[in-house]
Design a protein around this ligand. Sequence first.
Ligand code: MN
Ligand code: MN
Length: 467
Amino acid sequence: MEEKTTAQQLRERLLNERKNGWDVVGEATEQAIFDYSEGYKAFLDRGKTERGCVAYAVELAQEMGFIPLERGMILEPGMKVYRVNRDRAINLAVVGSMPLSRGTSIAAAHIDSPRLDLKPVPLYEDSELAFLKTHYYGGLRKYQWVAIPLELQGVVAMKDGSVIQVSVGGQPGDPLFVIDDLLPHLGAEQSKRPLGEAIPGESLNILVGSRPLRGDEGADRVKLSVLNLLNQKYGITEADFASAEIEAVPAFHAVDIGFDRTLIGAYGHDDRVCAYAGLKALLDLSVTPRRTTVCVLADKEEIGSDGVSGMQSHFFETFMEDLCASQSVPLWACLENSFCLSADVTAAYDPNFPEVYEKNNSARVNYGVGLCKYTGSRGKSGASDAGAEAVAYVRRLLDDRDILWQMAELGKIDAGGGGTVACYMANRNIDTLDAGVPVLSMHSPFEIVSKLDCYMTYAACRALYES
Ligand code: MN
Ligand code: MN
C-alpha cells in the first residue's frame, strides 16, 4: 500500500467532504432502506389527511401495545401511552427508566399538508355543471392543482353529535374529481399573466357533476341531483356543509420513482415523511428507553401552528403534565431538561432551479437527514435558531451510530424562506433542532423524496429516543 501524502492526510483530516449516501451504506442498510419505504408508502396511502394519519397511527400504536393515557394513571417504566387531540393530532410516549425530571426526548412532526378545503357553502351550479368551491390551505402554487385527479376526504359533523366520514376517490372504482383548466388554444391572455396570478384562488372550483335531475323544471337541476346523491349516501343536506371538514387531495398513490426505484413520489411527504419516521421509531423501540420518549404529530403547521390542534395548543402541555403528574414532577422542570427534534422536511437542492439555492448550504437528495440550525426568512425572522451546543449534541448522536446527515438551509437568503414547529417547542424552554428529509417539488401535489433520506430520518429519531 502506498503511503498517503501529507496533502492527502490533511484532506481527510480537515476537509468536510460530503458523500452520496449510496456510496456509504452497506448491503444490510440498503435492504433496510427499501423495506422501510414500503411501510412508509402504506402510511401515505392511508393518511391522505391529518385525520387519516391519526386513525392509522392509533391502529399501529395499539398493535404495539400502546394504550390511551388517562389522567391519574400510574405510569411504570416501559409503559406505552397515547392521546388523540380531536381526531386531528396525536401524542405518543414510552415511559423511560429515568424520572421525568431528567427530561424527555421528543420528535415533533406535523401531519397536515397543503390542500384544497371545501368552503362552508361549497356547492353551486353554472351552465348545467355542478362545482364545489374551495379555499386553499397552506402555501400552494395554485396552477399545480388544476387538471389533476382529486379525491375528497373528510367528515361532516351533524347537529345531533354524530360525525359522518366522507371518502370518495380513495378506493378502486371510486369516481374522482378535477378542477378544469383553460385550453391552450384560448389561453393566450392567461399565459401572459405571472405564474402566481394565472389561476386565481376563486377559480379553484371542483367539477362534481353534470346530469340534471330528471322530471324537474326548476333551477339548478344538476346541483339538486348531486345533493340527492349525497343525501342518499351520507344523509346530509346542503346546510350540513357548514359543519364539515372535507379536503380535496390529489388522488395519487405513493409510488417508486426512477429506474433504480430510489425515490418516492407522493402527495403529502411534507410532513408525513417525518411523522412516519418519528412514529415508526417509537413503535420499533425494543427496550425501555432511559429518558421518556415522546412522538408528537401536530396539525395546522401549514397555516401557522395555531388553534386547538396546532403545535401552539396547550394540548401538548396537558399531555406532558399528565405524564409528569404520575411522578410528581413539575411540568416545566421536565421541559427544561427535554430535547426536541423538530422533524420537518427541508428543500432539496434542485439542479433545475439552481438560482434559488446556495449550493454549499443546501440539502442534497441521498445525503441523509437534513439538520437546520435555523429556518425563517430574511434575517432568520421566525426562527428559533438552535444553540451550537444543541447542534453538537445531535452531531454526536448521529455520528456515533453512523447515521448520514447534512446541514441544510432552505434556499438562498433572499429567495424566500419558511418555518416549522421548532420555535413553538423552543419557546417552551426545550432545546430544539430542526431535522428532516430533503424534498423536491415541496408543497406540490406530487412531492419527491429519497428512500435513503427517509430511512436516515427514521434512524435519527430512533437514535434520539434511545439516547
Ligand atoms: Mn413541513
Ligand atoms: Mn410545509
